[in-house]
Design a protein around this ligand. Structure first.
Ligand code: B12
Ligand code: SF4
Ligand code: SF4
Length: 225
């Protein structure tokens, strides 16, 4: 199969193909790998499949993803690595290597089309060295964003452009004043003008923010990012 054929299979399973790379020794991929394909969600598409297939509210997104991507990787002749592995695998480094976007002032990866409204769900590891598409000539979206509203919207100034005050954020969203972030998603993220067509649905944003609030003391053993 070619990279494009594999990408089409991933897309038809409701996931987003975020990029590919040929891992080198600096990429810290455990085991041999000819090609690594970054798989994620963009906007609410995968969310709809998750809601349709999850057995009940106790099914976590991570356990569902493990099943869905495990099946897909098996059918494509590969294996899959997950962003919630312990210790964490360097997904954001792989995103840079795969040219899947740029580092935003929030620390999150910003994608030229999806903006901040995507996350990594797995890395497909294939033994063969596939020919990858030519790199896109995208420019960093934040360079053209003069006012950088992501840095001035957080009610507790959790972002200063170089770090993220996790405790301040979590303390705020646990209070009545923080219910907007909890119900609708991070205000700083929502202020970003890129990829607005991919905003998470309120119930999707609430699912992730609630998971962040409850699982945070266990970080970095993350669930449901
Ligand atoms: C640990 C972790 C966290 C911890 C951070 C702990 C800390 N800073 O002290 C906590 C639990 C707080 C967290 C929260 C979130 N996270 Co997080 N997190 C991870 C994880 C599993 C490991 C990162 C790590 O430790 N790397 C190892 C260290 C050595 O490398 P590092 O580059 O220094 O890692 C740091 C940053 O990644 C940073 N970080 C992690 N998450 C976030 C989120 C934000 C907003 C910022 C600014 C920084 C940040 O904290 C790490 C440790 O200091 C990664 C997945 C992965 N495998 O990379 C996801 C990941 C970075 N998180 C992600 C997301 C989406 C979130 C949330 C926004 C989820 C949500 N609720 O929607 C929240 C933020 C809450 C909010 N305000 O919206 C995504 C980012 C996607 C993207 N577009 O870039 C990732 C890649 C997971 C995924 N499935 O895609 N996260
Ligand atoms: S608001 Fe502007 S600076 Fe912030 S992430 Fe979005 S494009 Fe980048
Ligand atoms: S969720 Fe709310 S409190 Fe937390 S960083 Fe985003 S805007 Fe700030």
């Amino acid at each position: 199969m070619t990279y494009d054929q594999i990408a089409a299979e991933i897309a038809s399973a409701s996931f987003a193909v975020l990029g590919g790379l040929h891992p080198g020794s600096d990429d810290r991929v455990p085991g041999p790998a000819g090609t690594l394909v970054l798989i994620g969600n963009a906007g609410p598409r995968m969310w709809h499949r998750f809601c349709a297939e999850r057995a009940d509210s106790s099914t976590t997104m991570d356990s569902w993803t493990q099943q869905a991507l495990g099946d897909l990787a098996g059918a494509l002749g590969g294996t899959v690595l997950f962003p919630f592995a312990k210790p964490p695998l360097p997904f954001l480094r792989w995103a840079q290597r795969a040219q899947a976007g740029f580092v935003s002032p929030l620390g999150l990866n910003i994608h030229p089309e999806y903006g901040l409204w995507h996350a990594f769900r797995g890395a497909l590891i294939l033994p063969q060295v596939l020919e990858l598409p030519l790199p896109a000539k995208d420019t960093h979206p934040c360079e053209a964003c003069a006012s950088k509203p992501c840095l001035s919207t957080c009610p507790v100034e959790a972002f200063d452009g170089s770090s993220y005050d996790v405790d301040g954020c979590a303390a705020h969203i646990a209070t009545p004043a923080g219910q907007d972030c909890l119900a609708n998603g991070c205000k700083a993220r929502r202020a970003c003008p890129v990829g607005t067509g991919y905003h998470y649905l309120p119930e999707q944003a609430n699912f992730h923010m609630s998971a962040f609030l409850t699982a945070r003391p266990d970080a970095p053993s993350r669930s449901n990012d």
